[in-house]
Design a protein around this ligand. Structure first.
Ligand code: 5CA
Length: 435
């Protein structure tokens, strides 16, 4: 993508209500634009990252045996009345009437709807277990939307729902999703800590949130310091530890059942990026959803639901990966693989070298943001750092005179000179960080 054509306008100023660094950086890089309180439009740069995150989540969901569906954002009220949540959910739920005065709502979550869909298709124990997921927009009329897309009113969520015959089988589905979440966040270059949590409006008696540690997080989490010594959270041995170790949200913390010594406890602030629930037959019984077991007996299905804040993750990743100059994208979710800077597009030689390299990289399936604009070198460097692509290639006069270009690693702020005719060497250098 040539920067001269790209719908991207970096800026220095941010609105006064933007206090969080991720919010500021997303506005400064024109990733998002607020359209009204707590509601945002996603612009090309932001949407690219959102889609990358979405695709990682999708791949890992598929890997763990979940099947994708897409439910509507608008739901009817009658199912919610049956489960009692039409009133219980409170003012966070956006309700409205259609032209026939039928009560509708914009889904804040989908337990009712999925249970009702499931019911029409599955009626034998032989068809279980099942696990269905969607990646769909949700609306919650948050009392105080804040921090940009971190806590907003309309947001993208991955939600999935498991259906099993017995509580034991359902707990296995829950454990499978627990592992799936550890894997998902690792694939994004994140370290997410599972903590026991309250189940709130979703209900049930077993629930975990997944947090990334961040000073800007709005939840306190309390856990055994052993977690910080685990290298790979996705290994089987780490899983066993994480599933049994002391690790809770502040609301769940009770001094009397925490047997740990003061020195063995870590208290940190976290950003909740995922939340899983086991709630048994809460929805299947009120919505009369059952299967026949092998004796022909009606059994209400045992269910769990599992959410990931897809849009929130964009901000959460920035919170955990930035410096004074801007964003530093983990390569897995970076909007582009490479930023290519032509320091002086008026210079024919530099432009020929840059154009040729841009084409070669594109032919090799690399996604490149090519700064071919007439901005000053200082602005070009600042913009590329702000946007945060992990690797930059810089084409400048002095280096070209010596047949060199420079490759900059954004994270380490390290420049390496490479012979510009040696394309293999260029790829080798880029490979170290990007692909
Ligand atoms: N039905 C369950 C799981 S499918 C559910 O709704 N869970 S939840 O309420 O915990 O939401 C799932 C995830 O969505 C949260 O972990 C959080 O990352 C994200 N999320 C929740 N509220 C917001 C919000 N207002 N803005 C952005 N992301 C949000």
């Amino acid at each position: 993508m040539r920067k001269s054509n790209y719908f991207l306008k970096t800026r220095k100023e941010t609105p006064s209500d933007a206090t969080l660094i991720s919010h500021k950086l997303m506005i400064r890089t024109s990733m998002i634009k607020q359209t009204t309180s707590g509601i945002y439009a996603w612009l090309p740069l932001g949407l690219k990252v959102l889609k990358k995150i979405e695709n990682i989540i999708r791949d890992v969901q598929n890997l763990f045996g979940c099947q994708e569906i897409l439910m509507p954002t608008i739901q009817q009220s009658d199912l919610w009345k049956k489960t009692g949540r039409y009133n219980d959910y409170g003012p966070e739920m956006l309700k409205f009437l259609d032209r026939n005065k039928k009560e509708l709502l914009y889904g804040p979550t989908n337990e009712e709807l999925i249970t009702n869909i499931f019911k029409d298709y599955v009626n034998s124990y032989k068809d279980l277990p099942k696990n269905l997921y969607q990646i769909q927009w949700k609306f919650r009329d948050e009392i105080r939307p804040r921090f940009g897309i971190m806590r907003c009113r309309e947001f993208l969520m991955k939600d999935n729902y498991s259906f099993d015959l017995t509580a034991d089988a359902a707990k296995k589905s829950y454990d499978n999703m627990f592992k799936c979440y550890l894997k998902t966040f690792q694939c994004m270059g994140l370290r997410a800590i599972p903590v026991k949590a309250d189940s709130g409006a979703i209900g049930g008696d077993m629930s975990h949130e997944f947090h990334i540690i961040s000073e800007s997080g709005d939840t306190k989490i309390i856990y055994d310091k052993k977690i910080d010594t685990l290298k790979d959270l996705t290994s089987e041995s780490s899983y066993k530890i994480l599933r049994n170790i002391y690790s809770v949200t502040e609301e769940k913390y009770d001094e009397s059942d925490c047997s740990l010594k003061k020195n063995d406890i870590v208290i940190k602030k976290g950003i909740e990026i995922g939340h899983i629930f086991f709630f048994g037959t809460k929805y299947s019984s009120s919505l009369n959803t059952f299967v026949l077991d092998k004796n022909g007996k009606k059994i209400n299905v045992e269910m769990g639901s599992y959410g990931i804040g897809v849009s929130r993750l964009v901000a959460a990743i920035i919170e955990s990966s930035h410096d004074k100059d801007g964003i530093i994208w983990p390569k897995e979710v970076s909007p582009f693989d490479i930023g290519l800077i032509n320091l002086n597009p008026k210079d024919k030689k530099l432009t020929k070298i840059s154009d040729d390299l841009y084409l070669t990289l594109k032919k090799n399936n690399k996604d490149v943001l090519y700064d071919d604009t007439f901005e000053s070198p200082g602005n070009k460097f600042a913009d590329m750092d702000l946007i945060g692509i992990p690797n930059q290639i810089i084409i400048g006069k002095k280096n070209v005179e010596n047949n060199n270009l420079e490759i900059k690693n954004r994270k380490k702020n390290k420049l390496t000179k490479v012979n510009l005719k040696n394309i293999n060497q260029i790829f080798k250098q880029l490979n170290q960080y990007v692909f």
